[in-house]
Write a protein that binds this ligand. Structure first.
Ligand code: ADP
Ligand code: MG
Ligand code: MG
Length: 205
């Protein structure tokens, strides 16, 4: 993954978020405050603006700018979490451009650890981590073929999204509902599955 591939991934994320913003908001209406689609759309519209305006020296520079953009443009919990993902991804990618399958795995891992630290959450709490963590595991298990790794990652992210349905939320706004949060997919897990779908569509060619 070089600057061109990272750009293509982010552009595809923007398209998919735009297409699914209504769905993300509906999911958030059930167990949150009905703004996840709008939050993600605001963030990724700002990302598209960054891509339109700038040229970037390497993957790390672009990812850092994307992280800062998401943190500053999204009001909800998801902005700082996705922003932290890209900032940590950038730190890990520093000095390796283009990223091969190993350095991409390291950067994704660094990003997800950033989400865990920032949100003080772990898998099983009905958050975006329930899509991120299985996706990362599947990516790692897939081995050295980038195309297989991103496809398996995307598949696991979708399964992770579905698995949030029966969970009771113990982090984030949905945790205020306690048991009543069960029976609904977590909106952040749904947006994470879209990011993985975009990654697979971009890199599994
Ligand atoms: P807000 O809840 O502030 O309105 P959003 O609706 O944009 O923000 O995002 C909600 C999503 O953020 C949740 O569905 C969940 O996936 C994720 N989330 C919330 N809190 C945490 C946390 N502490 N750790 C990980 N993910 C979280
Ligand atoms: Mg919300
Ligand atoms: Mg909100």
């Amino acid at each position: 993954m070089g600057v061109a591939e990272l750009t293509a991934w982010l552009r595809r994320c923007t398209e998919l978020i735009d297409e699914h913003a209504g769905e993300l908001t509906e999911l958030d209406a059930a167990i949150g405050d009905a703004d996840h689609g709008a939050n993600m759309k605001r963030g990724f519209d700002a990302v598209a603006g960054v891509l339109d305006d700038g040229t970037f020296e390497d993957v790390a520079a672009l990812a850092k700018k994307i992280g800062m953009t998401l943190v500053s443009s999204v009001g909800g919990a998801s902005g700082p979490l996705y922003g932290t993902f890209f900032l940590r991804f950038a730190s890990s990618a520093q000095g390796s451009d283009p990223l091969d399958v190993h350095s991409l795995l390291s950067a994704l891992q660094a990003g997800v650890h950033g989400i865990e630290e920032r949100g003080k959450a772990a898998i099983g709490q009905k958050t975006m981590l329930d899509a991120w963590v299985p996706a990362l595991d599947a990516f790692q298990r897939a081995g050295t073929s980038l195309a297989t790794a991103v496809r398996e990652g995307a598949r696991a992210a979708t399964e992770g999204r579905e698995a949030t349905g029966p969970m009771e939320a113990t982090k984030g706004r949905a945790s205020y509902l306690g048991e009543r949060s069960t029976g609904h997919i977590d909106p952040g897990a749904a947006s994470t599955a879209l990011l993985w779908q975009a990654l697979a569509e971009t890199l599994a060619r």
